[in-house]
Every structure is written in C-alpha cells, then in structure tokens.
Write a protein that binds this ligand. Structure first.
Ligand code: PHE
Length: 339
C-alpha cells in the first residue's frame, strides 16, 4: 500500500471511531508492534536508493500527522464522555454544603486548662510528674512508712515489679519538684492522672485527675494557703463564693485541713447538691510536714510550705451538676457535646 493510501485509509477509519475503545483498537492497528505505520517506516530499506530519502521523509510526516490526528480525536472523545457524565449526574450547586464536624476539648481537659490558667495568674508554674511511681515516693517520702495505717486511705494498684505502683495521688510529685529545685522557692501546680483500686461507682472511678499545688519558701503561712484557695474558688465559681476550712489529717501535712465552699446552687441554704449542709468539699490541703520538706531537700527551720490536692472531675461535677463520675471516660458523645 502506498503511503498516500495508508494515510487516507487510516484517517477514514479514525473518523468512524466514536469511543476510547475504538480509538485503542485503531491505535493498535497502525501503531502497535505490527502496526501498519511502523511496517511502512521499516520498508524504507527496500525502496530504491534514489527514492529512499523522499520516502523516509514522507513516511515520517505520515506518522506524525496520524499521531496528531489520533491525539486530537482522543481528546474530543474524552471531552464528550465528560460532558455526558456531567449531564447525567448533574450537581445541584444550590444545595447547602455539608458542615465539617469540628472537634473540641474533652471537658476533663478543658477544666484542667481552666484550673491551670487561674493558677498561672497567681504565679504558679505547671510541673508534670510521672504516673508510674515507686512505693518509696508515693508513700514513704510523704511520711508514710510501710504498714502505716494512713496508707489505707489510698487503695493501690501495684505492678508485678515489687515496689512499683500507679500513683494514688499527685502528692509524690511534691518530692520530685522539691528535689529538682531545692533550695529555690517553689510555686507549682502538678496536674495529672491518678489511679486507685476501688469499686467504680457514680462517685468514684479507678482513674481520675488531681491537681496538686505546692508552694515552698521562707515564711509561707497558712494565710497564704487560705488566700490562694479563696482566690481560686472565686475565679472558678464566682466572686461571691465563701470558703471554710475544717481540720483534717494527712500524713504529709501538719496541720491538715479540708476545704469547703458554700454551695453553688443554694449559696449555703441547703439543697440536694450539698446534701442539705450548705457546703461542698473541694480539696484537701495543709502546711507541708517538716519531714516532707526535709525529704525534698529543704531545711524545715528555714523553709515552710503549703500544699493542696483537688479532684478536677469532682469540681466539674459541682460546676455542671453532673451526677455520675463515670461519664468522664465513657466517651458518650451525647454527654461530651454539651460542653
Ligand atoms: N494527696 C491527698 C489525697 O489524695 C490530697 C492532699 C494533697 C492533701 C496535698 C493535702 C495536701 O487525698
């Protein structure tokens, strides 16, 4: 077949290709391994020498022209297919978009951040301490030798490694921070998770946050402790809050106190939230015991300090009238989305 005939035939056939499959077949026929265009190019060797040059040039021109025609046809077919599919499944651009769901802070984290913000304003830094502790720091250095009956206040998860446990409170962090900074003055809060081997009820969980507070320096007094607590309670729960302190006992503070706040629902008159007492318990606290100061590296003759420990989940429950502490880790979005 002459080159002119080849080009004519290929163009005619190309014109009748109406979809991609037909174009593929056409391409294979002319440009495949045994394709006619390639065969025509190879034939240059058998052409008489004086015609070889012009034959070669013409064969290349035909090849390029057909390639170009094929690409144009393919583009047209694709465009048509796209137009068809757009018509078939028309998009209604007037439909409102689907809103993206935005995440938010878990209420437990939000309260921790609120508490941290309040204490930052009061000049406290945040110190993070480990959740896996040793018995020595969780109890002994806090003035509770082995077999001390006060250990019964904290039901403990022990690990299979003797002497290693999950901290039952954030108080061992007091020891870490004191040993790291003595003899400098300290004003820190220590937020974090604590663990207790307890029956889970609406009021107690086996894991919960605590926020420990510690201030150590020359002439730190009970008045400083009280002022700090009052400032915190008022910022957290409102300027009108009243605070009262009762005497209590912790092995690592002396004297020890329990802190109540007038009920945020009835303001002291008595209701179901405060169980008719008019008061809500918000934290334990006291003046750091001389033995604990010493274990932290401070001379109790020169330094004094106060410490407190509160449960932010409890505080959140008061603030939002949540009646079941288990809600915090249940991950029920109906609960979490309220905050
Ligand atoms: N660690 C005590 C508890 O878990 C709370 C506390 C902290 C009391 C600091 C006094 C001082 O009950």
């Amino acid at each position: 077949m002459s080159l002119a005939n080849l080009e004519h035939q290929a163009r005619t056939e190309l014109e009748s290709c109406s979809d991609e499959a037909a174009l593929r077949a056409w391409h294979n026929k002319y440009f495949g391994k045994q394709g006619e265009v390639l065969l025509a190019l190879k034939k240059v060797g058998s052409v008489p020498p004086e015609e070889r040059r012009s034959y070669g040039q013409e064969a290349n021109r035909v090849k390029e022209a057909l390639t170009e025609a094929h690409d144009a046809a393919l583009a047209k077919v694709k465009e048509r297919a796209l137009a068809q599919s757009l018509n078939a499944a028309a998009v209604d651009v007037t439909l409102p978009g689907r809103p993206l769901t935005r995440g938010r802070w878990h209420i437990a984290n939000r309260i921790l951040r609120d508490i941290a913000a309040i204490f930052s304003d009061l000049g406290f830094q945040i110190y993070r301490s480990r959740e896996v502790e040793d018995d020595f720091t969780n109890f002994e250095l806090l003035n509770m030798p082995p077999h001390h009956p006060a250990r019964d206040m904290w039901d403990t998860f022990h690990t299979t490694v003797p002497g290693v446990l999950l901290r039952t409170h954030t108080s061992p962090g007091q020891i870490h921070v004191m040993r790291e900074h003595c003899p400098e003055p300290i004003r820190v809060i220590l937020p974090g998770m604590c663990y207790r081997y307890e029956t889970i009820t609406t009021r107690s969980e086996i894991m919960f946050h605590q926020v420990e507070g510690l201030a150590v320096g020359a002439r730190v007094t009970m008045a400083d402790l009280k002022g700090t607590i009052v400032a915190f309670a008022r910022r957290m729960f409102g300027e009108e809050r009243q605070v009262r302190i009762r005497s209590s006992y912790f092995p690592f503070t002396e004297p020890s106190i329990e802190v109540d706040m007038d009920c945020i629902v009835c303001a002291g008159k008595g209701c179901s939230l405060c169980k008719r007492s008019g008061w809500l318990e918000i934290m334990g606290a006291g003046m750091v015991h001389p033995v604990v100061l010493q274990n932290g590296g401070y001379d109790p003759a020169k330094f004094s300090g106060f410490a407190f420990g509160m449960g932010p989940q409890r505080i959140t429950m008061l603030k939002y009238a949540i009646d079941d502490i288990r809600q915090f880790w249940t991950n029920d979005l109906r609960f979490l989305r309220q905050f």
